[in-house]
Ligand binder design. Structure first.
Ligand code: FES
Length: 321
């Protein structure tokens, strides 16, 4: 069910970056080079308990000996960040997928503004390093999240882009607050914007950019979580776990993976958008309502479905679990 490109990596370092913010340095157990990555990439990390979560790589793309990820201990975590903070230590092994990138720096980039808040700075760090190495002018405006001030400060101070970075503290009388409208105003046509932070922070800034005439293709956004579409009341149907015979009624506003996880049946997931294939399961009986963008016609013919998005046309699906 899990991607066969997963490889075991060892935690070589675990560093407290700030309150609730930790970074992990992951290396090959035999000291081998790791697959190269481009700035803005992320990796899938399999967490104790089988959850798969995506974390941005924040080190330099020129480094082939390590991957560095930052993890925020999110109070709303469904288990991923909490387990990494609490249960994973130096010397432990984590299963890690190949780097993938949905936050690429276009080749044509001539100059850039980078905006980040909190843990959102992690992909931005590798982008800043890359831009600097290419002599592409940029400025990084980084807002420390209120509960984790100073996160990644040491990394930035030691980086090649320290002089390009301006820091902001939230709700601090000592500091000027980030003023996105001023930063985004009157910028040249070839300026690119890269932004990453929680949605409530970045969405208004993206809107401001659009109002100030920034074309969509110049606004590059990374989101921590796939935007979950508003609940639509879908068909209610039953799933039966073949190995135990237990039947669960999947409500119309929940996915199979989310509902089963609530009930203690964990199916590994990653993208939760029907794109990566991590949650692929064989259906032994019943008619599937395929809603993914990944499975081939042959895989569908063979009875597989992606449980993070797909549903049932029939009243019951029997899952090979
Ligand atoms: S988790 Fe990626 S396809 Fe379901």
């Amino acid at each position: 069910m899990i991607d066969d490109t997963l490889r075991p990596l060892i935690v070589a370092k675990k560093t407290d970056e700030a309150h609730n913010m930790v970074s992990f340095e992951l290396v090959d157990p035999n000291g081998a080079e790791l697959p190269a990555f481009s700035a803005g990439s992320h990796i899938d990390v399999t967490i104790p308990g089988g959850l798969v979560r995506q974390y941005s790589l924040c080190n330099s793309t020129s480094e082939r000996n390590r991957y560095v990820i930052g993890v925020w201990n999110d109070g709303n975590s469904r288990g991923g960040s909490k387990a990494l903070h609490g249960q994973v230590h130096v010397g432990d092994t984590l299963q890690v997928g190949l780097p993938r990138n949905r936050f690429r720096v276009p080749r044509s980039t001539k100059r850039a503004i980078l905006l980040a808040r909190g843990i959102g700075v992690t992909p931005i760090l590798s982008i800043a390093d890359y831009l600097k190495s290419q002599n592409i002018p940029f400025e990084l405006h980084y807002v420390f999240a209120m509960m984790s001030p100073g996160s990644f400060l040491g990394m930035i101070k030691e980086s090649n882009f320290a002089a390009n970075t301006k820091f902001y503290f939230e709700a601090s009388e000592l500091n000027q607050l980030l003023n996105p409208a001023a930063i985004l105003a009157d910028q040249p046509e070839d300026m690119q914007l890269f932004i990453c932070g929680v949605d409530w922070w970045q969405d208004p800034i993206i809107n401001t950019a659009k109002q100030k005439g920034w074309a969509e293709e110049r606004i590059h956004v990374e989101r921590f979580t796939a935007k979950v579409p508003a609940a639509i009341l879908d068909k209610v149907f039953d799933v039966k776990i073949a190995s135990t015979g237990t039947v669960y009624k999947i409500p119309g506003d929940k996915t199979v993976t989310a509902f089963l996880e609530e009930k203690g049946v964990k199916i590994p997931t990653s993208c939760e958008q029907g794109m990566c294939g991590t949650c692929k399961i064989k259906v032994l009986e019943g008619e599937i309502d395929h809603r993914d963008k990944r499975l081939s016609p042959q895989q569908k013919e063979e009875g597989f479905f992606l449980a993070c998005v797909s549903r049932a046309k029939s009243d019951l699906l029997v899952l090979d679990l």
